[in-house]
Design a binder for this molecule. Structure first.
Ligand code: AKB
Length: 316
């Protein structure tokens, strides 16, 4: 039976992934950790929970050792827009946390997952159907940390034989926990505001395409790549995955099918727009499809029905 440690467990991905892993592998088998000590959060009550600052190597090791974990899912990181406002802090957290996580995994012989992102690409990357292997010269500190992370995970695999795996996440959309400090967050906010106010002002300009994915598909991708036959994995650490390539007007049109009066206007934020402009329009996920059977169940239409339905219940 697996014993899994999750960092950043109270974050956007972590809060849903931890719950899902506890359902699949048993509550006691999944140790949730986060820098926050939110005693009222359901994850701190539904199974083992430890407060952990991932930049503190000894604390990290002691917790992993205490629970004798054999798998580490390392999610704790600063997202792109916040990282740009405090680059040194972002580098120290994203890279310091990652190297500590990899070292703990190496010492304890753990299987290892950490996500990369569409942010690992930059302005010189081919924008459409961005290939798995291509130019990666990101223009953000977040992207620099993601490319470095991809390389570091490759290194731990080739040098130490550590079973490192990962995907490049697009913007993730969910009704459960809000994202914080990302460039793609507008794609979550738009649903909340559509229901609460019937109106949304987008900080991303019309015509700006980015890859997105509904959270259930993201959780499935993590579990599938971790359970994949290692003999089939060529690009272990940073598989391109995507469910849709969309721009703000696509959300507008789709939401109006359910909320006909919904209005969208724009107050573009130059900082986040510059980040979005440096990222691809659409990734080519064919290596993930071939090597471990990646597939997404939700397109924009199906996701919108589910998001609006779940948010109506949550917000009213
Ligand atoms: C962000 O916008 O920073 C993240 C990401 C795409 O990595 N959602």
């Amino acid at each position: 039976m697996k014993k899994i440690l999750v960092t950043g467990a109270l974050g956007q991905i972590g809060s849903e992934l931890t719950a899902r892993l506890r359902d699949s592998y048993g509550a006691d088998q999944v140790v949730a950790t986060d820098i926050r000590s939110d005693k009222n959060h359901r994850l701190t009550q539904s199974g083992p929970y430890e407060t952990l600052d991932v930049t503190r190597a000894k604390d990290f090791f002691d917790i992993a050792k205490k629970y004798e974990v054999d798998t580490i899912i390392h999610l704790a990181a600063l997202l792109s827009a916040t990282a740009e406002t405090k680059p040194l802090f972002a580098w120290n957290l994203n890279m310091g946390g990652l190297v500590n996580a990899l070292e703990v995994a190496r010492e304890l012989g753990c299987q290892f997952f950490t996500p990369s992102s569409i942010g690992a690409f930059g302005p010189e990357t081919p924008k459409d159907h961005t290939p798995q292997v291509t130019i990666q010269r990101p223009a953000t500190i977040y992207g620099v940390s993601k490319v470095s992370g991809e390389l570091l995970c490759d290194y731990y695999y080739s040098k130490f034989g550590l079973d490192t795996r990962g995907v490049r996440f697009p913007g993730l959309i969910s009704y459960v926990s809000p994202p914080g400090g990302g460039t793609t967050d507008y794609a979550v906010d738009i649903y909340y505001e559509a229901i609460l106010k019937g109106h949304y002002t987008s900080y991303i300009a019309p015509g700006t395409y980015m890859d997105m994915m509904y959270m259930p598909d993201a959780l499935k991708a993590v579990i599938d790549v971790m359970e994949a036959d290692p003999a089939k994995l060529i690009h272990r650490n940073a598989y391109n995955i995507t469910a849709m390539s969309v721009e703000p007007e696509d959300f507008h049109k789709e939401i109006r099918k359910h909320i006909p009066d919904f209005k969208l206007d724009y107050a573009v934020d130059p900082a986040r727009q510059a980040i979005a402009d440096s990222w691809p329009n659409s990734l080519d996920p064919s290596d993930a499809v071939e090597e471990w059977g990646f597939s997404a169940d939700f397109d924009l239409a199906k996701m919108t029905v589910d998001m609006l339905d779940k948010l109506q219940t949550k917000l009213h």
